[in-house]
Design a protein around this ligand. Structure first.
Ligand SMILES: Nc1ncnc2c1ncn2[C@@H]1O[C@H](COP(=O)(O)OP(=O)(O)O)[C@@H](O)[C@H]1O
Ligand SMILES: [Mg+2]
Length: 259
């Protein structure tokens, strides 16, 4: 008998988060009544202004932040804690890399914890170090790397653990424009190669349009919500100079100006 295949679809229903639900006075919701289904293998972007609750929602999906109400499931399993099916790439690599480990040791860390045999670890780390363009830098320590390189190490490490769901919280926000563009292209290639479910948080409309198949717009908080979802069916790699790109950009821009 075989188990049903995992779809890695995320089901969110009437999801809420408050940090004062047990205190006195009115309940103040950060996010309120979010409804969303993110299909397995989809590249979904969560776009919204700073402070609206994007990280809160992403961290709830990751299992780091508990919900105050509603439902949050991966397939039919309620999210209650972090799991190896989900991994987060944060904005700052500094807080997630181990400074005393080399690039290779950082990338292999999760595999070592899982007791993956050495030869296999090596093969996997080689693959992802190459994929993020860090071949030749395996023996360096984080302090010897630029911000963009550290971010690549973080991405390679997450990918080496092979999570089905990749949660990315403004991962390229701190990078210079050129490195950022390269990383965006690489991420699209990785996603197309691995068929992971990706949820990517950003406040940058252009980045959202370069990456996502669907773009969920979060309203300004408090009690923020996903108010609209834009489909982006433009083929990859996307061209910012294409008229369709520009027109979608303007529609989303107008959306924020109306708020
Ligand atoms: N641990 C916490 N306790 C209380 N309020 C919080 C906590 N974490 C986040 N918030 C509040 O939730 C709101 C949304 O924050 P966040 O999810 O980080 O937004 P974004 O990622 O969109 O910038 C902010 O007003 C923030 O101050
Ligand atoms: Mg945030």
């Amino acid at each position: 008998m075989s188990l049903p295949a995992k779809q890695n679809t995320i089901h969110i229903e009437q999801l809420r988060k408050s940090y004062n639900e047990h205190g006195a006075g009115d309940i103040h919701y950060i996010i309120k009544d979010v409804n969303l289904v993110i299909k397995g293998g989809e590249f979904f972007v969560l776009l919204g202004p700073s402070g609206c609750g994007k990280s809160t929602l992403l961290n709830m999906i990751a299992g780091f932040v508990s919900k105050s109400g509603g439902n949050l499931k991966v397939d039919d399993v309620e999210v209650q804690r972090p799991g190896s099916d989900r991994a987060v790439v944060f904005q700052q690599a500094d807080s997630s890399l181990f400074p005393w480990l080399t690039v290779r040791e950082n990338v292999e860390f999760g595999l070592r914890m899982k007791k993956t045999p050495k030869a296999e670890r090596r093969e996997i780390s080689d693959r992802y170090i190459r994929l993020v363009g860090l071949s030749g830098h395996e023996a360096k320590f984080p302090k010897e790397l630029s911000g963009g390189m550290k971010q690549r190490v973080q991405l390679a490490r997450v990918l080496a653990n092979d999570p089905a769901i990749l949660l990315m919280d403004e991962p390229f926000g701190a990078l210079d424009a050129m490195t950022r563009r390269t990383m965006q292209k690489e991420l699209v290639n990785i996603w197309r190669e691995t068929h992971k479910t990706v949820i990517f948080v950003t406040h940058d409309i252009q980045e959202a349009l370069l990456l996502g198949e669907r773009i969920g717009i979060m309203s300004v908080g408090p009690s923020s919500n996903i108010t609209d979802i834009y489909d982006n069916t433009l083929p990859y790699p996307r061209d910012v100079a294409a008229p369709e790109f520009y027109s979608l950009y303007n529609r989303i821009q107008a959306h924020f100006e109306e708020e």
